[in-house]
Design a protein around this ligand. Sequence first.
Ligand code: GLA
Length: 744
Amino acid sequence: MQKLFTALLLLFAVSVSAQDIVITEGWKFKTGDSIIWASKSYNDSGWSPIKIGANWERQGYKGYDGFAWYRLHVVIPSSIKEKSFLKEKLKIDLGKIDDGDEVYLNGSFIGRNGGKNMDIKKGIYNTQREYMLPLSDFRILWDKENVIAVRVYDGNGDGGMYEGKYGISVMDVTDYVSINTNEDNFHFGNNNQVSKKILLQSTSDKYDFNGKLRVTITDPFTNAVVLKQTIGVDFAKDRPFEYTLKAHLPESKSYVANYDFEEDRTKKLITASEGIPYVLTPLPAPSPKINGANIYGVRPNAPFLYRIAATGEKPLTYEAIGLPKGLELDKQTGIITGAIAVKGNYKVKLSAKNKLGTASKNLNIICGDQIALTPALGWNSWNCWGLSVSDEKVRASAKQMYEKLADHGWSYINIDDGWEAPQRAASGEIVPNNKFPDMKGLSDYVHSLGLKLGIYSSPGPLTCGGYLGSYQHEELDAKTYGNWGIDYLKYDWCSYGNIAPAKPSLDDYRKPYIVMREALNKVNRDILFSFCQYGMGDVWKWGAEVGGNSWRTTGDINDSWGSMSEIGFSQDVPAPYAQPGHFNDPDMLVLGKVGWGPSLHNTKLTPDEQYTHISLWSLLSAPLLIGCDMSQLDDFTLGLLTNDEVLAIDQDVLGKSARKVYEKEKIQVWVKELQDGNKAIGIFNLDDKATQTTIRFSDIKLPAQVLLRDLWRQQNVGTFKNSYPAAIPAHGVLLFKTHSVAYR
Ligand code: GLA
């Protein structure tokens, strides 16, 4: 995928207008490229039907990159212009298109999305396409059949008209209005009190707006209305209307807030809705507790850096009994450094102490050939900052991780694309661009916090964002990373697609990763090697053999339910290949404030979808790479990322991925075997409404009697015989750990 981003202003207002022409059905599709396909009279009856709102890879065109065309025949009734207040422009909404597109109406070109240079090979895949024409435009055939032809180019990964808003409408005054739910987060008070500021705003220079704002909060299980308010509002471009939602909710659970604005002139509705977050994770106790995986892999003589992750009132002091020769603990910071010369399995007893007591935990340090024995827990710059990442942002993220997350075991701070200078040094060495004045200084800073630093490159000449890749400089780049003190390399296929044959063999897929593996092997640092090639050639079957510590199994994720659930719930295929040191990577997390560029928005996932996201990724033993702005972690997001019982599922030393053991209608149950003989169970509701269902233990291979512990709430739910009555919110999850006499 091309990654050139502009600032995206994503407001979650959906205008509901009676005059929209639905264009989600009836599209035809053909791979290849010919300008004749733009023509109105071209006979496309032999073309294949295709769904829009899903990439073409999912619809029988797996692995297809290059040009393809979509065509739709549609009547545009003149009644839509008569009914409109403004009578100015026709708007064709074509959703988001991966990567670039060029649109024709009845054979005539009407617009293109090709990023900065208007090259459709450099399209901006994450942007909603809106093409406008004056109502008098000769290209519109009123009350007759029209043909919309969309020429698409996709460079790599997923492609096509994959999601977003679709329709033909006449632009009206209400198109200038939006309900902005992004300016504030929900604040939580005592007794389930919540509050949040919402803005009604307009972009029109010409019009002021009056109308009614109706706010309702409903219980998705019972549809009971918990709060209902109607407010008279008026606003203009320079004068947004600020509304503060204040509610006292009956319980700490899932509720939905709906905001409906009815505009006086047109009587049209602008609506927005959002799930109200509810925090399940208990706050850490003031007495000490040690978190993190029970195992840690290191190679002989490689620099060792491990920070004991412990919660509890500060100051804490740390102890480590049984450290192997060569390692030393700083008792004040809990950071262990040094190097181990001799291979072996070293059993160390860690402890953390404060005025309330002492906690201990055993850690197995395994000095051998394997690192990353449990999935990486960290942050990556891409899903928030995109190519606008900078040293300053990375440092700020490291500081936030240190202050808020590291005590729960989080450790990697990874720079994604956008750090590279346009040219190598005369010596051939890769150099950072001016957003990263001192890479070594940055890594020293990150290491001083007991955290680790990651970087990004491509085996091709250019990265996906168009920056310099490592092609033909692999050894030198690995050496440079080593000198800078890099601990993690994400290696992204991108333009290597132009180096590899058009139809790569398995060997062609493996080759660039073998080359970099050999280069990294020559560096005396433990650099976690993360493959990013979107699952091509079933990478999970050979990723471990080629020396990958993790490998992406899919195309890029985005913060929609469609994307996250499609990726997450399709991970049963690669699941059997997850093992300590080698994990499937279903892509980075999309919670908190994300944006893929300088401007950020709240994730579009509802709170329940976010619980599903973390629960599923943990069950899958996936790397958990936070993709949001770390300086804006609200209580809810923090709760998602600091639940030690949930993180312990991800970090279980058996390193197995959960399997899908049950699927009926929209219910799926995924079960993960744990090292202690118990199981972690995710019961997911993929439906868009809340549900009540009975899960029979015999259907999910559990013994007749089990004790269930709710991991999010960190509470035992009770002992159940034969079945469990599950009430699950829309797109939500119940995450349990079982304890059964039969397992012990
Ligand atoms: C690809 C990857 C993303 C990100 C971008 C950077 O699309 O899949 O995760 O690294 O490239 O350009």
